[in-house]
Design a protein around this ligand. Structure first.
Ligand SMILES: O=c1[nH]cnc2c1ncn2[C@@H]1O[C@H](CO)[C@@H](O)[C@H]1O
Length: 341
């Protein structure tokens, strides 16, 4: 723990890149695993720590999907979503755009309307009872192909829950070229959704160019390999396209070898807007507060620098202008009070 930890813990924060099922705490995962004993997921929270050690990105996705398989009823969905918000409230996360993969649930037989009701019910309860504002990004699980794309697009456009703001693309990048998803992103964008695909997490900068040019990305999930292409960094900086950076995730999935080699600093020095995120926090043994500590170390930030980072996430969010102003004001007031205390 660093000296900045208490400041970070109380800092009002927004999180833009965090997966729904990937946010399930060990307690919830263990509870669901006990409920569904045919699963290979351990029922003991301690054994889960070992289960969540990944040999590479493909192994991570296998483990992730085994946890996805524990979510089988609308009540599982509602419980998971509300509990995720509870963990956010404990960290003073005021606003989160949660990446939800409805296809994973509907293909397992959860009724699509019941699924939407479950997340919306949890969203309203989280706002009223915990003061956490949730919004959804529906992502295509890339490994499931165009059928998943079609289904995710249909669910997003036709069922469109009130909290839905964005359309994304997750999963592996190797063997899953971004351009094939263009028609689905076109439809989602025409329906008023923001385009936020993952790109450049496990493949090179061309994937990020494809996300920008073909999928009209407004933000990039990860974008780690952008630093391999100076022209791309300049483009992201000039067009103010933020990267959703998740440092510990990149180490856990072995997308980046060590934290000291993480390219966050190069991105910031190139003038690219960034937000700091936890991705799948319990699976990576982290949380957003820890990611802010990591960022403070990599970028050599003090309290004001951290407050600026928190405000960059607000800026990059899909909150309405009044909501952005409110959260920015809260961050400034908190920081001023801390510094003059
Ligand atoms: O870091 C990540 N990168 C890509 N996909 C991820 C990550 N974390 C969780 N998912 C999830 O993996 C599933 C399979 O495609 C999707 O549900 C996606 O949201």
């Amino acid at each position: 723990m660093t000296a900045l930890r208490p400041f970070i813990a109380g800092l009002p924060k927004a999180e833009l890149h965090v997966h729904h099922v990937g946010s399930a705490s060990p307690r919830i995962v263990a509870e669901l695993a006990a409920r569904h004993p045919d699963s290979k997921v351990p029922t003991d929270p301690e054994a889960l720590v070992d289960y969540f050690v990944f040999t590479d990105f493909a192994h991570f996705i296998d483990v992730y999907l085994s946890v996805v398989d524990l979510i089988r009823t609308p009540e599982d969905v509602r419980l998971l979503t509300f509990e995720v918000a509870r963990d956010m409230a404990r960290q003073n996360i005021r606003y989160a755009e949660l990446t939800v993969t409805p296809f994973s649930s509907t293909r397992r037989g959860i009724d699509e309307k019941a699924f939407m009701d479950a997340i919306e019910d949890a969203r309203r309860a989280a706002e009223a009872e915990l003061g956490v504002v949730l919004r959804w990004i529906f992502d295509i699980p890339g490994e499931a192909g165009l059928q998943a794309a079609e289904e995710t697009c249909r669910l997003a456009v036709d069922l469109r829950p009130d909290g839905l703001v964005g359309f994304g693309l997750g999963g592996p990048e190797i063997g899953v070229p971004r351009p094939q998803f263009k028609p689905y992103f076109d439809r989602a964008i025409a329906a008023g959704l923001h385009s936020v695909p993952h790109a450049g997490e496990t493949t090179g900068p061309q994937t990020i160019w494809d996300a920008l040019n073909e999928l009209r990305a407004e933000r990039i999930g990860h974008g780690t390999s952008a630093v391999q292409d100076e022209r791309l960094l300049a483009h992201l900086a000039e067009h103010r396209i933020p990267l959703e950076v998740c440092p510990t995730s990149n180490i856990a999935t072995r997308a980046v070898a060590t934290l000291d080699e993480h390219p966050l600093r190069t991105m910031v020095e190139a003038g690219v807007p960034v937000s700091i995120n936890s991705d799948d926090p319990p699976m990576f043994g982290t949380d957003l507060n820890t990611e802010y500590e990591v960022a403070a170390r990599l970028l050599e930030l003090d309290e004001r620098g951290l407050a600026d980072l928190a405000k960059q996430a607000v800026e990059a969010s899909f909150l309405d202008p009044a909501g952005k102003t409110r959260l920015r004001t809260e961050i400034d007031a908190y920081t001023a009070a801390w510094i003059t205390r």
